[in-house]
Design a protein around this ligand. Structure first.
Ligand code: ZN
Length: 500
């Protein structure tokens, strides 16, 4: 096998145990098949492997591929007509979203992610209508779109067996509504009523289907405490112990979710999950904004990870994670763009910049994340929250060849003081236009602004053509329902945060 030599002026291979960036100068990696087989000085690699094709070279910065550790959809809710709302009101608001072809939808955000240096996505599929076969077919279409573009994906279909619209039973919600809304609301909710046992069957079917696939892994996603009965929590724990698959779980995203946990369990959501063995090294908590110091201590003790969804927390008025406390506790924490970032896209370079900037409280001695901590979140720690943990997120012999080449003059143009640390310059200044090439599993999937396996313009044209039409009857009904349900949902939560 002849392989590729990927060379650069600066090669960020990863971080030392204490978080210091490890950067080699005039160096590169040798890639054979899907793996990195050597890392070292450019001259030595060239001498030892004169037959290898060269990529990169002078003026380049090479780093591990980024991981978007929390992702749901392609076309954003805002693009599809759903306004940013506080999370609990956003659930009915989202009914206005129109139906879109899942392949085109998945490719749409995959373009944005890859073009900003993301090589692995944690795709948390929130809901799909229909029976087991329909859900599995939709999952296969989504996973197939990632395979088509050549992106690494950790896919999960969310487990959920209750409280689909508010933090109370569907029947109770329907009973609160004016009579004319009850039938349409029940009909809508029951469209997503796949029984728990069949949701578990979806997981096992997909796991069997993709076992051994180099780019695809299936994990478990207990959706959130309010969406799961205790029986469902037991199922999730059993799925994890039976298969060893990691799990990603939304938790404590808003203060209403904190209050819900108190009402249900008399304590914290983290403590309740822990009773089921759901807080452990295999667990990643998505959001975790309203964790108490005791929750954080428990997460640390159990060896669980966290995923910080900074843009989402801002857009949905969820609150601000105390990231500095999380970093001080040494809990491995990933970055997730969730539905969409502050530019309504999936630009990981921008999301890193937001994380770097958002957690700088006043006070000369107050803590703030370093650029190195943020980049480690988006690489090594993001990798730790996926089934690819330990195989991606760094550049070292034996690891999978997921790499990003940056055009460094494009990052620094027209001038950057060279005494500024490279990682600081990267996180503060690198834009997606500076991403020159992206390799995933040893294959170049993006180079010089073009995707090598899928034509972006074709997909954009198909999306525009598919959506430029009047609402279908079903969409029209959902739009009316969204408008009608917003008030009752708002009423349900009135007084919650007053302790009422
Ligand atoms: Zn989410």
């Amino acid at each position: 096998m002849t392989g590729y030599l990927v060379l650069a002026d600066h090669v960020l291979t990863g971080f030392t145990a204490d978080g210091t960036p490890e950067i080699l100068e005039n160096a590169g990696v040798l890639v054979e098949g899907e793996r990195i087989v050597a890392v070292g000085p450019a001259d030595e690699l060239r001498r030892a492997h004169p037959e290898a094709a060269e990529i990169g070279g002078r003026g380049r910065f090479l780093m591990p591929g980024l991981v978007n550790a929390h992702h749901h959809v392609g076309m954003t809710p805002f693009q599809m007509g759903a306004r940013d709302q506080p999370l609990e009101l956003w659930f009915p608001e989202r009914l206005v979203m129109r139906d879109v072809d899942p392949r085109l939808d998945t490719l749409y955000s995959a373009f944005e992610m890859i073009a900003s240096g993301v090589t692995t996505v944690q795709h948390l599929h929130s809901r799909a209508p229909g029976d087991t076969d329909a859900v599995v077919a939709r999952a296969e279409t989504i996973v197939g779109a990632y395979a088509e573009i050549g992106m690494r994906v950790s896919y999960s279909f969310a487990l959920r067996d209750q409280n689909r619209m508010i933090y109370a039973a569907d029947e109770d919600f329907v009973a609160m509504l004016p009579e004319p809304l009850r039938g349409p609301t029940m009909a809508y909710l029951s469209g997503f009523g796949l029984p728990l046992a069949e949701q578990v069957a979806v997981f096992h079917a997909l796991r069997g289907r993709y076992e051994g696939d180099p780019l695809i892994a299936i994990q478990i996603a207990p959706s959130n405490l309010h969406w799961l009965s205790d029986a469902a929590l037991e199922s999730a724990a059993r799925m994890a112990s039976d298969t060893g698959a990691p799990m990603h779980m939304h938790l404590l995203e808003t203060p209403y979710q904190r209050d819900y946990a108190h009402r249900r369990s008399g304590g914290s959501a983290v403590a309740h999950m822990d009773r089921f063995g759901l807080i452990g090294p295999q667990t990643t908590i998505g959001h975790g904004v309203w964790m108490t110091p005791d929750d954080l201590a428990l997460v640390r003790e159990r060896g669980a990870c966290l995923c910080h969804n900074c843009s989402s927390n801002l857009r949905l008025k969820s609150g601000r994670l105390d990231l500095n406390a999380v970093l001080a506790a040494d809990v491995p924490t990933a970055i997730g763009i969730d539905e969409a970032g502050i530019n309504d896209d999936r630009d990981m370079l921008q999301e890193m910049r937001l994380v770097l900037t958002h957690h700088r409280p006043p006070g000369h001695d107050a803590p703030a994340p370093s650029a190195a901590q943020v980049l480690r979140m988006a690489t090594e720690h993001g990798a730790a929250t996926t089934p690819f943990a330990g195989r991606i997120g760094r550049l070292a012999p034996g690891l999978l060849a997921d790499l990003v080449l940056l055009d460094w003059p494009a990052v620094t143009r027209p001038w950057q003081d060279p005494r500024m640390p490279l990682v600081d310059v990267l996180v503060r200044r690198a834009k997606a236009q500076a991403v020159e090439a992206v390799m995933i599993g040893g294959r170049v999937v993006y180079a010089e602004g073009r995707f090598t396996r899928v034509d972006r313009e074709d997909v954009f044209s198909a999306l525009a053509a598919a959506l430029d039409r009047p609402d279908t009857t079903a969409e029209d009904e959902r739009r009316r329902l969204a408008a009608a349900l917003l008030g009752p949902v708002r009423d349900f939560y009135r007084g919650w945060l007053d302790g009422g």
